[in-house]
Design a protein around this ligand. Structure first.
Ligand code: URA
Length: 192
């Protein structure tokens, strides 16, 4: 367990615990406000993230930013974003259970340094790893669960919304619920 973000980031960036690092360009550690009380957790870097070294910067990231903006939130001010695995899996395949298990130590350390009040899982893989292995994203998105002093909620992955735009209104409701919960907890001002 690292006590300082700088040490944690340096150690994570030199990690070779699994073979994903050999097949990717760089480690995508995370980005946003480390002092924020809201942590978004995705699955793993895609092509653009691998090139730019930042999470959610491709097409799904742009959709995520638009949804955040629609409820008056910004990734740089109101939250921090990280992934379950920090290295891009080949051809964007799902990260294997053993890859997730080896990499999640970094996320646990990030979470311990942040003490988030709210954790938002982006998509099924993240929700199954963080909330419950049998989590059903289609039925349970938008519901807050309490675990270890944080509130956990999952929403549909923006990439799934790009593939299936008819799910967008349901996912947008989750962002409204997030905004309301943040207001309730005093993490943002009430919207006029
Ligand atoms: N999808 C994810 O789950 N994470 C990213 O960082 C980008 C796309």
């Amino acid at each position: 367990m690292y006590e300082h973000w700088e040490d944690l980031e340096a150690a994570c960036k030199s990690c070779r615990k699994c073979s994903l690092r050999e097949g990717c360009t760089q480690v995508v550690f995370g980005e946003g406000n480390r002092e924020a009380k809201v942590l978004f957790i995705g699955e793993g870097p895609g092509e653009q993230e691998d090139v730019q070294g930042k999470p959610f910067v491709g097409r799904s990231g742009q959709l995520l930013d638009r949804m955040l903006d629609a409820v008056g939130l910004s990734r740089h001010k109101d939250l921090y974003i990280a992934n379950i695995v920090k290295c891009r899996p080949p051809q964007n395949r799902d990260p294997l259970p053993e890859e997730q298990e080896q990499c999640i130590e970094w996320l646990r350390n990030q979470t311990a340094l942040m003490h988030p009040k709210i954790i938002v899982c982006l998509g099924r893989i993240s929700a199954m790893k963080i909330i419950r292995p049998d989590f059903k994203i289609t039925k349970e998105h938008g519901i807050f669960f309490e675990k270890n002093g944080s509130l956990l909620m999952a929403t549909l992955h923006p990439a799934a919304l790009l593939r299936n735009p008819s799910s967008k209104p349901g996912a947008f409701d989750d962002f409204i619920k997030l905004r309301e919960k943040m207001e309730e907890l005093g993490l943002v001002e009430k919207e006029a």
